[in-house]
Design a protein around this ligand. Structure first.
Ligand code: CA2
Length: 143
């Protein structure tokens, strides 16, 4: 049973809702957090954002020790971070990768993905709803 979940957000996602709404939507990260908490019911949600690669790696390791599922929008580190890939490989809980936009339909530099090979599922292009879809999937998972 999933009773504690980590939701980790990577660099620049603290700026959500301030620029590029045509790509990322108009909701702020705090709005996404509130919607997730409302949908999570009795499941506790540890929701965090960082601009630091090392901090994200540390949090993945922490999630693996303390949570039953990880929802991760690694933002640009998705496309660059072997350190994050290695941390996710060592992570013992199911990982649900989320992107607001659909990187597969964007620039060539977004076509490299170091997260997807470690994820149980990847949800992209659904905007903020992607986080809720990931939560629903985490709840349905018998792991
Ligand atoms: O679509 C996503 O969720 C991304 O993870 C967002 C990242 C991008 O690098 C990935 O390729 C796809 C960018 C997050 C930055 O978000 C901003 C939002 C508003 C203003 C500035 C940045």
């Amino acid at each position: 049973m999933v009773s504690h979940i980590f939701v980790l957000n990577g660099p620049n996602l603290n700026l959500l809702g301030t620029r590029e709404p045509e790509i990322y939507g108009s909701q702020k990260l705090a709005d996404i957090e509130a919607a997730l908490r409302a949908a999570a019911g009795d499941c506790t949600v540890d929701f965090r954002q960082t601009n630091s690669e090392g901090e994200l790696v540390n949090w993945v390791q922490e999630a693996s020790q303390t949570a039953q599922a990880l929802i991760l929008n690694a933002a640009a580190y998705t496309h660059t971070s072997i350190a994050l890939h290695d941390a996710l490989k060592a992570c013992n809980i199911p990982i649900y990768e989320v992107h607001l936009s659909n990187p597969a339909a964007r620039e060539p530099f977004r076509q490299t993905n170091f997260v997807a090979p470690c994820a149980r599922a990847s949800i992209a292009g659904l905007g903020a709803r992607g986080y809720l879809v990931a939560l629903e999937a985490a709840f349905e998972t018998v792991s």
